[in-house]
Ligand binder design. Sequence first.
Ligand code: UD1
Ligand code: MG
Length: 457
Amino acid sequence: MTPSESNPCPRALTAIVLAAGKGTRMRSDLPKVLHRLAGRSMLGHVLAAVQAAGAARIAVVAEPGRDDVAREIAAQAPGSAVFPQVERLGTAHAVLAARAMLGAGDDVIVAFGDTPLITAETLTRLRAPLAEGAAVAVLAFESAHPTGYGRVLTDGTRVRAIREEKDASPEERRVTLCNAGLMALAGPHALALLTRIGNDNAAGEYYLPDAVALAVGDGLPVAVVPVAEEEAQGVNDRVQLGVAEAAIQARLRRGAQLGGATLIAPETVFLSHDTILGRDVLVEPHVVFDTGVRIDEACVVHAFCHLKDVRLEAGAGVGPFARLRGGAVLEAGATIGNFVELKNARLGPGAKAAHLTYLGDAEVGAAANVGAGTITCNYDGVSKHRTSIGAGAFIGSNSALVAPVSIGAGAFVASGSVITEDVPEGALAVARGRQAVKPGWAAGKRAALRAARSEKS
Ligand code: UD1
Ligand code: MG
């Protein structure tokens, strides 16, 4: 059965993302939830997951007055509501900061902005028991090191309560089933449960997990949904940030490999959340894919390349040791070799820049050849200017093309030229000193120099 057949009229889903943590252990001027993993903020990852899980409405509870957090929310999940939590009185108190979102009777999922590895698939599993009548569903994992987590207390197979570490008896602390913190609450019960949560505990905080004991006391069904400990891990300091980055990289590499890309040394390849690698792409060791990269099928990225905001069309090749950025595009079969940098440059099909070249703000036509050491001089100290190289043109090595300038299709530029004027189609441009050859000159010169020296001594 599909979900809609089992539940013909599912309630809509509201997601509440708690992000009011100060994150002091990060030792950073940046709010904790804005620290990045795989090129996207932790908050961005969580917002992507709740959107993919089908949340119709999203609320983020944040520290008041954080414009940077508000901007990130607007960028990652436009239309989300932002609620300030003025005093930090606990996770249930934080959820109630978004109380205005709870009146409509939607199912509610509470996620944490500092638990960034959570997937949409897990959020969907967490919500599923609500459609079967559960009032509350909690996400839980088994841990060999449960210290610090809330423990899920059970009577046989039935959950009874969640006990925070601070409030737990020695016996309860031996429980290894831990609360991941994320929770789903059924629309008809959510507000009533949340508003009854008190703060009579060791921390004097309003604990969201207390919704479990309240629901059990009311005789309402509570479900426990399992999750892998790795996916539930939170980030509180830079060590944990590094651990989460490693986990997300492993996930992204695996996705790229299963999608048909070969990563020769996967542990040395760094991907962004939005990297797209097509079928039969080959990635050699030590490559960084920063954000905005799309590589079509059968391209090769040789070792030690850095790419950001780049599109490679089928069969293109880059590197080794190449840097591509700022909207660089290689059309089908174009190649970029070692020590070549491209910024906002487009190479037509089959065009080549094989060695030691900078192409910035440039258009290179099909099958053109850009020789070693060519530089587009695109910046005059104030503004950037464009260079256009026509199809089939040949740019001799060590040429400087001073933009704005255009080289016509099929034209030749002689090696070592400094080109400051447009070159017409099919023409030769030579812009360098003419070579003079004086036969036998060297021996005469040396003799003269030696004579001058012996006169002095
Ligand atoms: C919480 C759970 C605990 C669980 C653990 C999993 C509670 C009371 N405890 O504990 O059972 O094992 O997560 O990691 O929920 N936040 C606010 N405002 C607040 C308090 C918290 O926005 O007033 C946010 C934090 O920024 C964070 C999340 O809620 O994103 C969790 O808060 P945190 O203080 O980390 O809770 P834990 O002690 O880890
Ligand atoms: Mg925590």
